[in-house]
Design a binder for this molecule. Sequence first.
Ligand SMILES: Cc1cc2nc3c(=O)[nH]c(=O)nc-3n(C[C@H](O)[C@H](O)[C@H](O)COP(=O)(O)O)c2cc1C
Length: 315
Amino acid sequence: MIFLAPLQGYTDYVFRNAYARHFSGIDMAIAPFVSLVRGKKVKLTHLKDLLPENNRGGMKIIPQVMGNDPELFITMAKSLKDLGYDSMNWNLGCPVRAIARKKRGSGLLPFPGDIDSILSKIIPAMDIKFSIKTRLGYESVEEANALMEAYNRYPLDFLVIHPRVGTQMYEGDIHYSVFEEWLRKAKMPVIYSGDIWTREIYLDMKTRFPEVIHWMLGRGLFKDLFLAEKISGVLSPEDADARFWNFQFDLLDALQQRMLRERNVLNKMKEYWSMWAEMFTNKDIILQALYPLTHVKELYHSFHEIQQYAALKAG
Ligand SMILES: Cc1cc2nc3c(=O)[nH]c(=O)nc-3n(C[C@H](O)[C@H](O)[C@H](O)COP(=O)(O)O)c2cc1C
């Protein structure tokens, strides 16, 4: 299966639903993380991205949580179950320093004893499938051995691996040899996440790591909205241009319906376009036209202009 990676700020329900209306090739998404919160019950406003009414007709999703307090995991699992979910994913990959410093996300990876202790408390107490999304360590891959030993002690539904360490953020070499060692040791199914930019890279990786059962697309899908279709072999290039623009106008409409402030709609679209511009040969000209815009109606106008003078890269 092809998974959509959780990208906080990008893959929220408005995007997921619009994407699913126009493209195929994604079988499942892990939603961007929600933090574990105190209280007997999790407020529905906190779970807005996961509410069934916001996900109707869109992609199938698995909620992801961030935190380290066993009791709060159990409360969250109940709330997610009440919403109809049967699966929950734990974020042990987020590299943001303010988060890592609090022993959350990848900041917990240097403490496999803590991870083990949390899992020993929550796994028997939750009535939901549980999986983890992890890196190989926080500071160094030397943390990797002890981590896999801890993960292997529990019946995880699957393990998503982004084979970098936290301090690398999203750049720098992927540690393929350590990933390979993990693949040999892992007792649970493994999903791979990281730097799949093209169909060719995907096919190479698939040959190289046949043990990987599912593949996750993140930034690659934002630099090429057709990547999942190319990977699944269903893209017909003739109508790609029209489909790209139908999606843009549909997403812009959907954002306007959901976001009250015009400025937020514009900022969101500009963020998306910082990646989507890669799909065009004249990327810099497009971004120079979009960045200064201050009104949504100018954005509609710009879209029509770009449509006329810019063409999507072939392939
Ligand atoms: C802007 C951004 C936001 C992200 N948000 C999340 C998140 O909420 N949860 C998570 O597990 N990973 C998150 N990630 C990591 C991605 O899911 C993915 O593992 C990583 O980007 C590597 O895959 P890629 O090279 O295909 O993008 C984020 C990455 C980026 C760039």
